[in-house]
Design a protein around this ligand. Sequence first.
Ligand code: ZN
Length: 151
Amino acid sequence: MHDLTDLYQTVILDHNRRPRNYRVLPTANRVGSGNNPLCGDEVTIYVELDGDRIKDVTFQGSGCAISQASASLMTLNLKGRTIPEAEAIAGDVLKLITSGDVKDDEFSDLSALAGVHQFPARIKCATLSWHAALNAVHGEPAPATTEKTSD
Ligand code: ZN
């Protein structure tokens, strides 16, 4: 039995301390941004699309450990994927973050994000970079925000 809380802490702290792919991408042909005003998290996602494949993806941002670690994990998991693959992964991750359900065979660093569901106030911190990445891939110019203007 995996201890999700330990994994969560280890992975989140590691990625927050040493975020992967934290840089501007000069070859980016798509940029997406997101903000989570509830927590003060901001991310900018840089994507180099080659046809329908994400050749490279990087990010910059500021905010809490969860928001930055989730963005770091996002870049590692979406790099090299086609747009449909990236959409499927992002969909699974968004489900994982909100439900906390992890299938054992999917256990990886990404599964650490399932630990976020124990802290409902932080769910938007974790989902932010994934929404921003999808916006970038889809060429959506408006920033992803966790707060809807109307409900
Ligand atoms: Zn946050």
